[in-house]
Design a protein around this ligand. Sequence first.
Ligand SMILES: O=C(O)CCC(=O)C(=O)O
Length: 295
Amino acid sequence: MPETLSPEQIAFYAENGYLVLENRIPAALIDRLRAEIAGYVDQSRSLTASTDQIDLEDTHTPQTPRVRRIKLPHTHNAVMRDLMYSDLVLAPARDLIGPSLRLHTTKLNMKSAGFGAAVEWHQDFAFYPHTNDDVMAIAVILDDMELVNGPLMVFPGSHLHPIYDHHVDGVFAGAMDLAACGFDMKDAVPLTGPAGSISIHHGRIVHGSAVNRSDRDRRLLFYEMMAGDAFPIMGSLTKWHGIEEYNTRLLCGEPTLEPRVHSIGARIPAPLPAENFTIYEVQKTLKARAFETVK
Ligand SMILES: O=C(O)CCC(=O)C(=O)O
């Protein structure tokens, strides 16, 4: 028996590769999360370069602080960590990919009013191929997300497609050439919803988002996870520090040493650019961009 999703929602996700659950997170908790974020923005006033926790927009200065992303918030923020372990987040994931779930990573993409950076079209599975594709990202919508403020956009059903080439000149670039892969931007669906909603997208779905030129923030707190029996394929960008550490990332359910292996098709994200990167940095190597950048 599903814990929280209806059979129709489960069938919709299987067919389309995404789901929006409106008003799932209580308003008081959204306020709490926003207050936590304000603390990070305050910290950024003393920064001239990104840190392990705070990733800065290219146009950041200490006088006009511009945070692009809060990195791995579950490792340094108790409110965001507690939400990750709660049924608000985990129950729908269990309904979709089973009782055993493992964390892949967390991030809070700020996409602030006026300048928040675009993310070019990509499939998460191109970054971290696994032995099966019960892999998903759950995003907590922290501000009303509408067409104007750079919503996450997806191509419905594209989670059933192959993994597209995310390389430029033979080097992993973290994004695909949309037109060359046969997509038309007009077919993309924005995952809009009021603050407090969550969106869920499949690890293989083609997705991206434009610059936020509006006067309203668009912040998304991502919890990326997979089934407990999905193991990274060699060359995946998944961090691997041995089985003991891997098992500390179980969010619920039992550990296993038996990967479930499906013949699903994958690509290895290699070779990598010389410099250490985030998705924003690696996508700078693209020759063709779908979205404008902020100067
Ligand atoms: O924040 C967004 O709109 C897109 C996020 C995303 O796809 C990513 O960070 O991998």
